[in-house]
Design a protein around this ligand. Sequence first.
Ligand code: NAD
Length: 706
Amino acid sequence: MSELVTYSQSGKIGILTLNSPPVNGLGLPLRRAIKAGYENALADDGVQAIIITSAGKLFCGGADISEFGSPDAIAEPHLPMVLEQLEKSPKPVIAAINGAALGGGLELALACDYRFAHPKAKLGLPEVHLGILPGGGGTQRLPRLAGAETAVKMITSGIPVSAAQALQAGFVDEVASDDGDFLTEAVEYVKELLAIDAPLRSCADMEVDTSKLPENFFAEFRNSIARQTRGYYAPERCIQAVEAAIELPLAEGLKREQELFLECVQTPQARAQQHLFFAERANTKVPGVDPKTPARPINSVAVIGSGTMGGGIAMNFINAGIPTTLLDLNGEALDRGIGVIRTNYEISAKKGKLSVEQIKQRMGLLKGTTSYDDLKEVDLVIEAVFEDMAIKKQVFETLDKVCKPGAILATNTSTLDVNEIASATSRPEDVIGLHFFSPANVMKLLEIVRGARTADDVIVTSLQMAKAIRKVPVVVGVCFGFVGNRMVECYGREGARMVLEGASPAQIDRALTEFGMAMGFCSMADLAGGDVGYLVRESRRDELAHDPTYAVIADKLYELGRYGQKTGRGFYIYEGREQKEDPEVVQLASDLAAELGVEQREISDQEIVERMIFSMINEGARILEEGIASRSSDIDLVYLYGYGFPAWRGGPMQYADETGLAYILAALQSYRERLGEHGKHWFQPAPLLEKLVADNKNFNDFAGLT
Ligand code: NAD
């Protein structure tokens, strides 16, 4: 028999042990081996019951992702066939779930007669995260075993449950002890089943128990998840599949599940979500850097500047148990910064997310200082002082003098040249950009900015550090604004310009949120602060001088002291938490437009979305061509985790691929012609976009060429 499944026997019990590391992915070879192993045990007259378990830490992680989209994924025996065979077994089959059982892994267990689980096992059906539904009977068997409510919640959320929860829900029959030998206990359990002549239990003989299901359950459930699933295709099909489990006998329900599964597989949402799944596995591969390069140890960290960013950055490290020194030259600012951190924890404690003891422990890892002497021994320093090159250089000169050899010196700058900052030290190889997003303790994105001379092991260490503090890292090159802010600049430019051309902030925001953005541009600008945007524009006035209309409405609001939420007025008026439209902004825009000779007109929602999102995509093409990002999927991660781009669209570059690059190019060309001087200057298509269209390729293909 294949070594992918090993066979052993304990008395009258045959034991099939899955042995296909790392996750027992149910690819064709493993499916064949399970089938062969089962048939072998079935044919053995000495065997009365069959256990399926695993040799690894996981029981089974589900489908083999490397098989996705290939003919092997549906080659026979495909998963439904294998499971049907197990389900119809004349000898009882028992899943001994020794660790996580996810997706097809849980479906395998559900097709067995009984389930015996390790207390630490997690059981779940996460397919919805890939834009699909469980296609191996999960939507039909789980409701029969656990009830429709548990099943529909697990399947639409994709969130796994513990063995204890599964026991209570009824789809695990027994949980092993905490400290015993798992397999020995599993064998004992099966012996007991044989001793009492426990019956075979096939889901085909069961109906979904709806006696306790509240009236209107499905309608109310749909309402309850409507907001968070807006735009996604699979969740509704998951619900329909569970409804089918109630209405149809198993065999027909399984057919319905297959139909719904195939519908999901062919959607742009499934392609987008799977693209992101792979994006999150590709982002740590950095061109020219050997991933096996040994990392430097990071056992202590210092953060310089205890303002908005410094405090949030420090929290990431103390949350991960790493002692952190927070330095600010201004003692009052330091006290304030530490106070904000404490308050943040206290808010979490009030919500029941942290205990008093945990707050004490975390605050115990934080040390405030105003002296650089306290930074002598730290392994990593992250600078988050004012966005001013002269100040940053001074800080790095000091760090160069104070820090031990090998310490990593990082800057959190949003826009400044990391190479120039590095030049203030005698060790540019130790300097890197670590660009966190605000609020830094919440936002998952970390742009790792690779300077011209940054050492490979500094990059590898930064990637590992990102994982330790649970961020999603994307390695980018040095340019103004890196990937995220460079692209968002185009988006904001068009947003502000369209307010000038006659769209109201509310219309702009509505068009964007309907597209799927978590927040509209004008609301986002008000949240970030009009003063922040103004300072960035100030640093680029020379470059922008040719366009007197550039963000003039935002400049005007700044002049009026309307910085957004922090001053109660910006693109909108804020009263407490309430955001109201401000008719004055529309009037200001109209006056400015008249002054600058910009014609005001009705602007369609389609134009809003296209000008803002397509401009951003065009800049993304330049970023790719310049090698600032290594692959289009990295850009997509930046937008997913840093800017609230809808995951079901897969990020701006995947959205472009899905829309068709030829369409995007034609739209850019058309705006270039229609928008006069503005169009001529800002809607020049990126050469890479033109080339990909000419070659009939997409951005994802370009990733393949680098
Ligand atoms: P901030 O003004 O809130 O805080 C800066 C802190 O640095 C202040 O407490 C100040 O006292 C301290 N400081 C100034 N000079 C110092 C010095 N020489 N030594 C020690 N401390 C000094 O600023 P912020 O918003 O936290 O931004 C900090 C950095 O992070 C900037 O480079 C900014 O571009 C970048 N950044 C900001 C955001 C954001 O949304 N605010 C997002 C990403 C990156």
